[in-house]
Ligand binder design. Structure first.
Ligand code: GLV
Ligand code: MN
Ligand code: MN
Length: 408
């Protein structure tokens, strides 16, 4: 029997593992991540699964099918969070998948395929600036170069892995073979307002928008805030301010593009010093890759032109890019049938947010089920869902699993 109350309690329990007092921040390979992952591994085992921590810090578990060694239906989501996060982004997908297996196991049911669940250690990319680290390792597209990426304290990912008790040399062995994974299905909160506006508890995802992440560094000349006349200044922050507005203007130029400057650092950062150096990030997303790359090219050109005009030196690096990822029609149809069998209206919608399925698509077909969240708010402590919607999502996912058929 599915227990939606337990799903909600487990989301609450994971949220207690946080570095932020009174809120939720849990980044990749942190002490808090270790505690949350151990909790999840325990729940996986309680659900009748073989579970282990893998070499990149994912919680991985397997529930054998009618006989041992069958290819698997993989499910899951991520266990890391953004800073000052909500408790459902990522975690709900992992916990609901475990709940479904627990119900199967309690009924003594084995299916013509195995089920694997992964609680990915990193999807948000908060600590090292690159995203989808856990799912890329499983999909065999982990870039070994990212082991040298450093966190804000200067610690490399390689060092953080070792400190966590993991062996970075074993990451490449996590890559799964295409023939071993029949499909990947992820339940996730919508993180947008569409389902709520239409009075729907769940929706079937059609595709995940692609993204580009850039980092720009502008270098002007620091100086005394009291002595340097305005016309002689080369202020890196006023230049950056123009660039931030340019990102907004370019993104607003097309209804399908979104662009965000989410982080900015000013050096030296004092009230009486003209800013000499500014670093800022740019996040651009769009459903069509061509539209996104065109927007990114315009943003780059605009930053360069602002720098030229203001006589500051500009450097722009691409941190990461991922193309838009389609969900597979045969899986969307099966998810949609599960929604109908549960007596719910069918709604298909795209995802503006990134998800682990983007990486998994390298080895298998993917699909997603969205669950309504309050006000469409996510990446915020105000993130909220109802137990009734958690129940609806779990019922649909369970129905999908029970009726899951391999493609003809
Ligand atoms: C992950 O949540 C992202 O879309 O940035
Ligand atoms: Mn997120
Ligand atoms: Mn997420």
């Amino acid at each position: 029997m599915l227990d939606p109350g337990r799903i909600m309690q487990r989301c609450d329990a994971l949220a207690r593992h946080s570095e932020l007092p009174g809120g939720l921040t849990r980044v990749f390979l942190s002490r808090e991540a270790r505690a949350a992952t151990d909790l999840v591994l325990g729940w996986m085992r309680e659900a009748g699964m073989e579970a282990k921590l893998d070499a990149i810090g994912n919680a991985q578990a397997r529930y054998e099918g009618a006989r041992a060694g069958l290819p698997c239906l993989m499910m899951g989501s991520h266990l890391d969070t953004v800073r000052d996060a909500g408790k459902y982004d990522g975690m709900l997908g992992v916990i609901t998948a475990i709940e479904c297996v627990q119900a199967l196991n309690a009924a003594g049911k084995r299916l013509p395929f195995a089920i694997e669940i992964v609680g990915f250690g990193d999807e948000e990319g908060v600590r090292f600036g690159t995203t989808l680290l856990g799912s890329r390792a499983v999909a065999g597209i982990f870039d070994q170069g990212t082991l040298h990426a450093k966190d804000a304290s200067g610690k490399s990912m390689r060092e953080a892995l070792v400190e966590f008790g993991l062996d970075p040399n074993r990451i490449s062995a996590l890559a799964r073979k295409k023939q071993d994974v029949v499909a990947y299905a992820e339940l996730h909160i919508e993180q947008g307002p569409v389902l709520e506006a239409e009075g729907l508890a769940v929706g079937v995802v059609t595709a995940i928008n692609g993204f580009s992440r850039l980092r720009a560094t502008l270098r002007g000349v620091a100086g005394h805030a009291g002595t340097v006349p305005m016309k002689l200044r080369r202020d890196a922050l006023t230049a950056a301010a123009e660039c931030v507005l340019a990102v907004e203007r370019i993104a607003k130029g097309h209804p399908d593009v979104v662009g965000t400057v989410g982080r900015i650092e000013v050096k030296p950062g004092a009230i009486n010093v003209i800013p000499g150096e500014v670093g800022f990030t740019v996040d651009v997303r769009a459903p069509q890759d061509e539209l996104r790359t065109r927007s990114v090219a315009s943003i780059r050109a605009e930053i360069e032109s602002v720098c030229k005009k203001r006589d500051v030196r500009g450097e722009i690096e691409t941190l990461q890019e991922f193309g838009s990822t389609a969900c597979s029609p045969w899986l969307m149809d099966q998810m949609e049938n599960a929604v109908k069998r549960q007596g719910l209206p069918v709604r298909r919608l795209p995802s503006g947010a990134g998800h682990d399925g983007m990486a998994l698509r390298a080895i298998t077909d993917i699909c997603m089920l969205f669950v309504r969240c309050k006000g469409g708010i996510s990446h915020s402590p105000l993130e909220s869902i109802t137990e009734a919607d958690a129940a609806a999502g779990a019922k649909v996912l369970f129905d999908f699993i029970e009726h899951f058929r391999l493609p003809a």
